[in-house]
Design a protein around this ligand. Structure first.
Ligand code: FE2
Ligand code: FE2
Length: 268
């Protein structure tokens, strides 16, 4: 149990600390040169999560339970500070106190990711190592929305002349929103134990859609590598969203397994 706790905690922290570090980088890129205090704060967060990422990489898998629980809590606190910073930047933009090259929905998106990471760390410290069948709908709603957002961000950052790619990204966004609303529709039909069969089928649909967006993001990455795109997508952003898609695919596997292992619907 103790080793599994360390393994799961370090796996999550290694993935999400890199993501948080890159969010700080994207925010820094979006500020104008006179916004020096915000740039400085973004740089501090970048280094804070770089340090966490390095330390997470150096922990041995057999580290004792107490040390990992303390590390989880420390990372939780750092992420809370980053979340607060992101919400503060969002507030400054929405109230027109600053003008930056950052979409408000992008800042909202990255703060939702921070909140998810905080929640995951809290769950780990409470002993919830794998997703419970009852959380399947929420987890899917969360990730499907992220995928729809990614497709929209890419559509908006392509050059307006890249019409076919923009259409493809917009179609993907629509496709993920349809899946998202299917989950929302199902949410009010709980308990999950009675909808396990339906959920299993829907997760297959999600996997198919994930494969489509995964391939699309891969194309974007390759086109950027070959210097064949004309928009404003940073190569690190393309890679970042590609890795997040991979993470959801991995989570889908865990969710499918938790549904199979979950309680059978009462036979009446
Ligand atoms: Fe992200
Ligand atoms: Fe994202």
């Amino acid at each position: 149990m103790s080793n599994l706790f360390a393994e799961r905690s370090l796996h999550e922290i290694r993935f999400w600390s890199q993501i948080m570090k890159e969010h700080a980088f994207f925010l820094r890129l979006g500020f104008t040169s006179d916004q020096s205090r915000l740039i400085q704060e973004a740089n501090q967060f970048y280094h804070m999560f770089e340090n966490i990422e390095e330390r997470a990489g150096a922990f041995a898998a057999d580290t004792d339970h107490e040390a990992i629980a303390r590390f989880n809590m420390e990372v939780y606190q750092a992420t809370t500070r980053l979340w607060t910073y992101k919400r503060n930047v969002l507030g400054l933009i929405l109230s027109c106190k600053i003008h930056a090259h950052l979409f408000p929905s992008f800042i909202d998106h990255i703060s939702r990711e921070a909140a998810y990471f905080m929640n995951r760390l809290e769950q780990l410290n409470r002993g919830m190592l794998d997703p419970l069948p009852d959380t399947v709908i929420n987890e899917n709603v969360f990730f499907l929305r992220l995928m729809a957002d990614h497709a929209k961000f890419i559509a908006h950052m392509l050059d307006p002349s890249e019409r076919n790619l923009i259409s493809e990204a917009t179609d993907l966004s629509y496709q993920f929103e349809q899946l998202l609303f299917q989950m929302v529709d199902l949410e009010s039909m709980r308990p999950a134990s009675q909808t396990a069969g339906i959920l299993t089928r829907l997760l297959e649909e999600h996997r198919e859609a994930m494969q489509n967006i995964h391939a699309f993001k891969q194309t974007i990455r390759e086109l950027l590598d070959l210097c064949c795109l004309r928009g404003i997508i940073h190569p690190l952003f393309a890679d970042h969203t590609y890795r997040e898609a991979n993470h959801f695919l991995e989570l889908l596997g865990h969710l499918e397994a938790s549904l199979t292992a979950g309680p059978e619907p009462s036979a009446k």
